[in-house]
Write a protein that binds this ligand. Sequence first.
Ligand SMILES: Cc1cc2nc3c(=O)[nH]c(=O)nc-3n(C[C@H](O)[C@H](O)[C@H](O)COP(=O)(O)OP(=O)(O)OC[C@H]3O[C@@H](n4cnc5c(N)ncnc54)[C@H](O)[C@@H]3O)c2cc1C
Length: 339
Amino acid sequence: MLRLPRFRIELPRTYSEAAQMLGELGAGELDRSRGTPSLRVMLVAGGTDLFPNMKRRQFAPEALISLARVRAASGIHENGGLSLSAGTTLTAIATHPRIRERYSALAQAAELVSTPQLRNMGTVGGNICLDTRCNWYDQSLFWRTAEGFCMKTNPEVVCRVATSSPRCLAVSSADTVPALLALGATVHLEDAAGARDVPLAEFYREDGISWSAMRQDEVLTDVTLPSAEGWRSTYLKLRDRNSFDFPIVGLAAAVRLDGTTVREARIAITAVSSRPVLVAAAATAIVGTRLEDEAIAAAADAVHKAARPLDNTSGTISQRKRASRVFAERALRSLRDAR
Ligand SMILES: Cc1cc2nc3c(=O)[nH]c(=O)nc-3n(C[C@H](O)[C@H](O)[C@H](O)COP(=O)(O)OP(=O)(O)OC[C@H]3O[C@@H](n4cnc5c(N)ncnc54)[C@H](O)[C@@H]3O)c2cc1C
């Protein structure tokens, strides 16, 4: 049995207090005294990803700042668009009637995360801030010690997926993120000194270690989505076991229709690189069309070109790349035929 390392827990009542604590307790500082280099302090929301990672000693923080008691941490507000507090559970999102109707890709993606138990605890904020994953990283400390670690936990070691790679190739694997990207989301971040908004399209980086633009002393407080008037969207996911696995390819597509003509489109893929990718060329291929088969094929070609999976999850590279094309075709046909 893997046990959690010892840690202290802090229970702030507001996001500002949480941000203040992050600053005071040394967010961003590495502690090398506990068997694996780890951040000294971390946030925890539902804990569905962080606690298993701590059991495997991917992280061993001295202190956790729990967001469980933050007032207003969860909530879904309609205000022309949609505002989700970061602590809103995946179950609340997946079962919300208006989200299911208007932001279908998001409800579908939330519903496809893991198992009911984990969706009841897991939050949208935790999903957006999900650590990147890799076959060489998501292993116990015992396994990683025997194998000699990898770049993600020891910068002096090579990336074991591609030993000549100058960067870590761990893969972005959060299901709600491509849906949020396709729906045009913005995230709101707060630190001890103030707050800022970042379009989700600018939040992620192509680097398995420094995978986001969020600083260690910031808390994600809310996600907002613009009005879904005229938009249709959907999310498709490939995984090993449909009962609970992470995506090995995920694709979200959203189109804004004027009659039968596409006026705007966003197509995003995940689990095929260190960041989720908005495929601009795929959107360009369908804007101005009526989603005829040729236009859909051109968009699917663009998705296939943009998907660059590596040998760091289950499934083969060719299977995952081919699935990205098939999903693009299926998603766009379903949006066309739903008229
Ligand atoms: C068996 C298993 C299967 C899984 N399957 C899937 C899957 O299919 N798809 C999928 O997407 N995920 C999956 N997960 C991962 C996880 O359950 C979800 O991603 C969930 O949404 C994480 O949310 P959480 O609130 O539990 O995050 P936590 O575990 O609490 O936190 C995750 C990370 O986010 C950070 N964080 C949390 N909230 C904030 C915040 N407000 N601001 C800043 N940082 C924050 C934490 O510091 C931590 O680094 C799976 C996990 C397990 C154990």
